[in-house]
Design a protein around this ligand. Structure first.
Ligand SMILES: Nc1nc2c(ncn2[C@@H]2O[C@H](COP(=O)(O)OP(=O)(O)O)[C@@H](O)[C@H]2O)c(=O)[nH]1
Ligand SMILES: [Mg+2]
Length: 313
């Protein structure tokens, strides 16, 4: 199965929500715009963006494009990094959207997010991804709060043959991160991926802990971590936005990974993440297997969502 087919399969549920409301390529001519707006809200794009998409799609439709083309263009307008950048610039923001996910300056990626969103699984997927490009990887088991968490990452480490730096259960996650950052430098490993705890995200404690983890990584390796990636579970829908705001405030998120798009009808969450938060989406997860992680590509995403052919992507 090609990656595009996997993406399509992964977005099936969101597509079903749209199809229930009559939004499909097979049904391109008759479209009730209110139904479209409703379907988009159902897919969790948020009321504001849903209305923007409909307005834009109607304009395109009136210019004589097919319904599918109109919708595609309107969705892309919300998701394409260049277009988002333009919009943000207009309101005074700048956004560094890195398209090349293989070559980036950072040596350490700190992965954050609430429990159960898929951090540890995503870390394993990232290791697989970067290794396929020839990079050497190391893990830091920074979720020391849960007994099983370290074991889970170690297990992935064994399976993928990635050295994993651990500490005793309940130990200071910052100490684990510090050791790991030093070990990465000493051993000349290309990339250290740091797992973190995700409990108590509404409480002060976790955020203070994460700030400390970030700080000590910088002590062991100046300027790192250059990347702090937030994992959001698509199933949580609009809640993910609130999580993103909190984590961003605490540790300065540089990128987002949206997981479980396969298990969710809320694929629309990518729109407000991309647009309202201005945070670049780095990867999307569309399944539990190590290769069910893909660099984010707005055109491919929209095409898979609408079940359009890949060549136009
Ligand atoms: N369907 C699906 N399941 C996923 C995906 N990513 C992670 N999971 C599952 O989500 C559950 C929690 O993942 P885990 O990595 O332990 O989350 P963590 O608590 O954030 O570290 C596990 O059962 C994973 O297999 C995904 O993209 N799709
Ligand atoms: Mg975990």
């Amino acid at each position: 199965m090609s990656w595009f087919d996997r993406l399509k399969r992964g977005l099936g549920k969101t597509r079903d929500v749209l199809a229930t409301e009559g939004v499909s390529v097979e049904n391109p001519w008759e479209m009730d715009w209110d139904d479209l707006e409703f379907a988009l809200i159902g897919a969790d794009v948020g009321a504001h963006i849903a209305s923007e998409v409909v307005i834009e799609a109607r304009k395109e439709r009136e210019r004589g494009r097919s319904f599918a083309e109109s919708l595609e263009k309107a969705l892309l307008d919300q998701l394409e990094p260049d277009r988002i950048r333009q919009k943000l610039r207009r309101v005074g923001f700048s956004l560094d959207v890195s398209r090349n996910m293989v070559e980036f300056a950072g040596k350490v990626i700190m992965v954050v997010g609430v429990n159960g969103v898929g951090k540890t699984t995503t870390i394993a997927k990232l290791a697989q991804y970067y290794r396929s490009y020839g990079k050497s990887i190391m893990f830091a088991a920074g979720d020391t709060f849960r007994a099983a968490a370290t074991a889970q990452l170690e297990e992935w480490g064994h399976r993928l043959d990635v050295p994993t730096i651990t500490g005793p259960d309940g130990s200071d996650p910052a100490a684990v991160a510090f050791d790991a950052a030093q070990a990465r430098r000493a051993r000349g490993v290309d990339l250290l991926i740091v797992d973190t705890a995700g409990r108590l995200h509404t409480k002060h404690n976790l955020m203070e802990e994460l700030k400390k983890v970030k700080r000590v990584i910088g002590k062991a390796d100046e300027g790192e971590p250059k990347e702090v990636w937030l994992v959001i579970d698509a199933v949580t829908g609009q809640n993910g936005l609130e999580q993103a705001r909190r984590f961003n405030q605490a540790v300065g998120v540089t990128g987002v990974i949206v997981t479980k798009l396969d298990g969710s009808a809320k694929g629309g969450i990518l729109l407000p993440i991309a647009r309202e938060l201005g945070l670049p989406i780095k990867f999307i997860g569309v399944g539990e297997r190590p290769d069910d992680l893909q660099p984010y590509d707005a055109a491919a995403f929209v095409h898979a969502l609408l079940d359009l052919p890949v060549e136009a992507a």
